[in-house]
Design a protein around this ligand. Structure first.
Ligand SMILES: C[S@@+](CC[C@H](N)C(=O)[O-])C[C@H]1O[C@@H](n2cnc3c(N)ncnc32)[C@H](O)[C@@H]1O
Length: 307
């Protein structure tokens, strides 16, 4: 059961609760306002680095019209996520997401706020990506589904100065946190784009030219898990499928995901063997509490597939 208690709280809500979009927009607007009061025009200057980057360089045309939150905005904290001895990724999180989470649990609609903190599945996703670096083309395009704060997106872009990363999420607040973190380096901000994208929609994924797809810790409600299964099938159905890395530290709905993906592959008579979970133990992982103020340190078994 210890595996279930990530961020100090079991998060299995089965998609029965949600935060209204207007509530999220209110929070995002507040953040954007406090950011724009400390910046001029559309460019964002990070006080913690000498790099000035245009926010448009980290957003695609479909990105939300949000400025990245200022590092000095109240309520943000900078988290250093240790991947291994060579790679540490810095992202911004909400200092205390508990209010948003409670509101989401009561309101039953809209994007959830879980992408406002870092999740350990992204840590494993990056480790797996790093392991297969030698088989990834030098100018790889990497697509991240449900990017949250952006650990796997920023980490992937950090692995090679020639990698390009496109990061998708439903929650504009998560996308703005990612943009804020990417803007600390012009090299990162010029190679990371974001897009507000609903994985449960019928819109095709932007898969053209994509070499690797990462989906980390986005199987935590049944509907979403099945939709991610459908999306992974969409990836594997391409004439030249991208590599696929899916991680699941929450272990609630991974079976729904796998059944959905494998059933579709079977109907399609694909030559893929039934794809099964493997497991990796991550130890001494520190991350935010989602409903408690304190950081959590834990050892956790994370499921993953790497196709
Ligand atoms: C638990 S967080 C994981 C974030 C990040 N991948 C990580 O591991 O740190 C799940 C993410 O999925 C996003 N998400 C939830 N439903 C979604 C949907 N229908 N379409 C796109 N993203 C979604 C959330 O906004 C959130 O950022």
């Amino acid at each position: 059961m210890d595996d279930m208690l990530v961020h100090g709280q079991p998060l299995n809500k089965d998609g029965t609760v949600s935060l209204s979009q207007s509530e999220l927009d209110k929070i995002a607007d507040k953040t954007a306002q406090s950011s724009s009061s400390s910046t001029t025009s559309s460019s964002t200057t990070s006080s913690s680095s000498s790099t000035t980057s245009s926010s448009s360089s980290t957003t695609s045309s479909q990105s939300p019209s949000l400025s990245p939150p200022s590092p000095s905005s109240q309520g943000l904290l900078r988290r250093r996520v240790h991947i291994d001895s060579e790679l540490t990724v810095e992202v911004y999180e909400l200092d205390d997401p508990s209010k948003l989470v409670h509101e989401w649990m009561e309101s039953h609609s809209g994007a959830d706020p879980f992408g406002t903190v870092y999740w350990p599945g992204s840590n494993l996703g990056l480790r797996l990506l790093k392991k297969r670096l030698s088989s990834i083309p030098p100018n790889a395009n990497i697509l991240v589904l449900g990017c949250g704060t952006g650990v796997e997106a920023i980490g992937a872009a950090s692995l090679s100065p020639t990698f390009k990363v496109h990061a998708l999420d439903l929650n504009p607040l998560a996308l703005s946190l990612l943009s804020r973190a990417a803007s600390s380096s012009s090299s990162l901000s010029s190679r990371i784009t974001t897009e507000r994208f609903d994985l449960t929609s019928n819109k095709p994924l932007p898969l053209e030219g994509v070499d690797v797809v990462l989906a980390c810790d986005i199987l935590y409600n049944q509907e979403l898990a099945k939709e991610v299964g459908r999306r992974c099938y969409e990836c594997l159905s391409l004439p030249k499928p991208p590599s696929l890395i899916v991680t699941d530290s929450q272990r609630f709905h991974g079976t729904d995901f796998l059944v959905e993906m494998n059933a579709r592959l079977l109907v399609d008579n694909r030559q893929h063997e039934n794809i099964l979970w493997e497991t990796e133990r991550l130890t001494n992982i520190t991350s935010s509490g989602i409903l408690v103020p304190e950081d959590q340190v834990y050892d956790i078994s994370v499921r993953y597939i790497s196709v």
